[in-house]
Design a protein around this ligand. Structure first.
Ligand SMILES: NC(=O)c1ccc[n+]([C@@H]2O[C@H](COP(=O)([O-])OP(=O)(O)OC[C@H]3O[C@@H](n4cnc5c(N)ncnc54)[C@H](OP(=O)(O)O)[C@@H]3O)[C@@H](O)[C@H]2O)c1
Length: 245
């Protein structure tokens, strides 16, 4: 249970981030819902969270922007009094073959997925240190473990998130702050819409024989945020139906 905890979840307007925010709320946490631009979707997440009697607030914030993300962390701390759990979930894809990839497509993916994760960790860390505790959960990907053809930018960003997770885990362990990553496989969200036409081939690569749902990731995030995971840090947990075994 996460009763009374204060959580900040990036990319919580849709997909995996929404499932995480709602699961945290269900377990009693107040949730700050960070989104890039889809206000209506963020408001839907907020309404879902509030059904569980917790406080939920939405903030529009480009996590790739160091100063803007700093302001948002300051506002969340002001509103909630503190932050106990940070989930870095905001992410984008700009797929293409490396031989033809535009520089902007590489930069955008690295800026959101990797630098955005750094930015939020950087701004929340002083709060965790003062509190002598905190949880960081970064959403990586099996693409960051295996590498995925057509996703050089995305795979690099998600592998970067794994390195960042391990370094931060080592650095902050003495402060009782844990930092772990989840590596999802194929999860049905807007991000993967249109990638699943050839469903048989896709499912053939998943030993458990099904694609994942956002709730599969939310359950793992809630576990990593809970007291039951207090002795786990620097870990990368695949939630992929066995795809990357
Ligand atoms: N789906 C999968 O199969 C899969 C597999 C492995 C890893 N992942 C990772 O899981 C995470 C969530 O993926 P998803 O499938 O749920 O994606 P999604 O449905 O496309 O949702 C993306 C979320 O990120 C937000 N976002 C995007 N850019 C942002 C920015 N610059 N600043 C703040 N928020 C931003 C979006 O906000 P708006 O709604 O405002 O646009 C939205 O809430 C991503 O990191 C993704 O790489 C997904």
């Amino acid at each position: 249970m996460l009763k009374g905890k204060k959580a900040l979840v990036t990319g919580a307007s849709r997909g995996i981030g929404r499932a995480i925010a709602v699961e945290f709320a269900k377990q009693g946490a107040d949730v700050a819902i960070i989104y890039a631009g889809n206000e209506a979707a963020a408001e839907e997440t907020k309404a879902e969270c509030e059904k569980y009697g917790v406080n939920a607030i939405t903030y529009k914030c480009n996590v790739a922007d160091f100063e803007v993300s700093k302001d948002v962390v300051t506002q969340v701390k002001k509103e909630f009094g503190t932050i106990d759990i940070l989930v870095n979930n905001a992410g984008v894809t700009r797929d293409g073959l490396v031989a033809m990839m535009k520089e902007t497509d590489f930069d955008e993916v690295i800026d959101t997925n990797l630098k955005g994760t750094f930015n939020m960790i950087r701004h929340c860390t002083p709060i965790f240190i003062r509190n002598r505790g905190g949880r960081v959960i970064n959403i990586s990907s099996v693409s960051g473990i295996m590498g995925n053809a057509g996703q050089a930018n995305y795979s690099a960003s998600k592998a970067g998130v794994i390195g960042l997770t391990k370094a931060v885990a080592r650095e902050l362990a003495a402060r009782n702050v844990t930092c772990n990553a989840i590596a999802p496989g194929f999860i049905t969200t807007d991000m993967t819409k249109g990638l699943s036409e050839d469903n048989n081939a896709l499912i053939g690569n998943i030993p458990l024989g099904r694609v994942g749902e956002p709730q599969d990731i939310a359950d793992m995030a809630a576990f990593l945020a809970s007291d039951k995971a207090s002795y786990i840090t620097g870990e990368v947990i695949r939630v992929d139906g066995g795809m990357a075994i």
